[in-house]
Design a protein around this ligand. Sequence first.
Ligand SMILES: [Zn+2]
Length: 417
Amino acid sequence: MLLIDHLDQLYIVPGPAPRAGSRQGDHRPIQDGAIVCDDDGIIVATGMTSDVLEWLARDRLQPSERIDGRGRSLVPGFVDAHTHVVFAGDRRTELQRRLAGETYAEIAASGGGILSTVRSTRAATEDELATETKVRLAEMLASGTTTCEVKSGYGLETETELRMLRVIGRLNEEQPIDLVPTFLGAHEVPPEYRGRQRDYVALVIDEMLPRAAPLAAWCDVFCDEGFFTVDEARTVLDAGRRAGLRPRIHADELSASGGAQLAADVGARSADHLVHTGDAGIAALARGNVIATLLPCAVFYLKLGRFAAARDMIRSGVPVALATDINPGGGLSPSMPFAMTLACFGMGLTFEEALAGATLNAACSLDRHGTAGSLEPGKPFDAVLVAGPATNLLRANASSIVAVFKRGHLAHQQADL
Ligand SMILES: [Zn+2]
């Protein structure tokens, strides 16, 4: 049994999930808080330190481990609701070229861009993919992520898509972060299908989906100008649903493509990016109970010049979740605190709104709100111990995170406890 007491701030981020509208940010920390989890890593008590200590004494319970929370804060472990963390190959040199002014199209024309990742990922063995990905997952864990979604989508042919999904399943067992697998065969049209987009959609539906379905929980599609049309995306998501995969969608990142409306039409749990989603799209999301998963790091690193209209979404009652979009191109940061920072300073969210977006709402977007995203009794103790007030997460300072707990175990430690 683990007790952390005298926390300056204890953020529970309680349900019911998702937190929408005024509820998105309408939660406050417990001052001088305490939390107890049992030997199975399940939270059994939270509250003011005095109340929790009284309860322990009354039931003659003696925690085997006690951490002094003075000068520290505790928040739920972060749930990263949109990642492309499984890939092979290194595109870091492209970054300097982009910063020196080369366009994405110029880099792609010289053999870089997403298709270079596809080549490397197709060539990688399952072991190589797992080894490379583990390094990145460890960085995410150190940044406070305890659950994350992971997509396929760099194979764009059946065997590699399946290999990516197998790697996700394997890494789910081999490292602490809980991984939620998503099939994204319709990420991009591979070079061998250029000009035959319809044939590629048929390959995704007829050949990939039936074999991918047992390895995934969700089906995603990149619905945007230059990628897959609304009709194609609908066909893929409908087929995914028939195969048992719930729909989520890359929508309106590069243009107002109708993706938000489609998400509502097909009953998607989450629509992601939404940079160009306007009032009609937001109204559709609200009507369809779709969670808006926003990826401000993608906006920042791709220099898209505008963030999603998060305030309008919250005002309209659309629950906002956050994610890093970590990927081999413009998704440079594995850090949910950085996504929260951009959500606050780029999209105008309050700290509490961003925190709910990075925890409970993100968990809900993955249908994991029963077991992740808040520090409520009955849930696994997945948590981030922060030096000082919880807002120190916004300082882009690695030493702000003192420790990360996964199911009651110390999964990452920065400073002495
Ligand atoms: Zn993505």
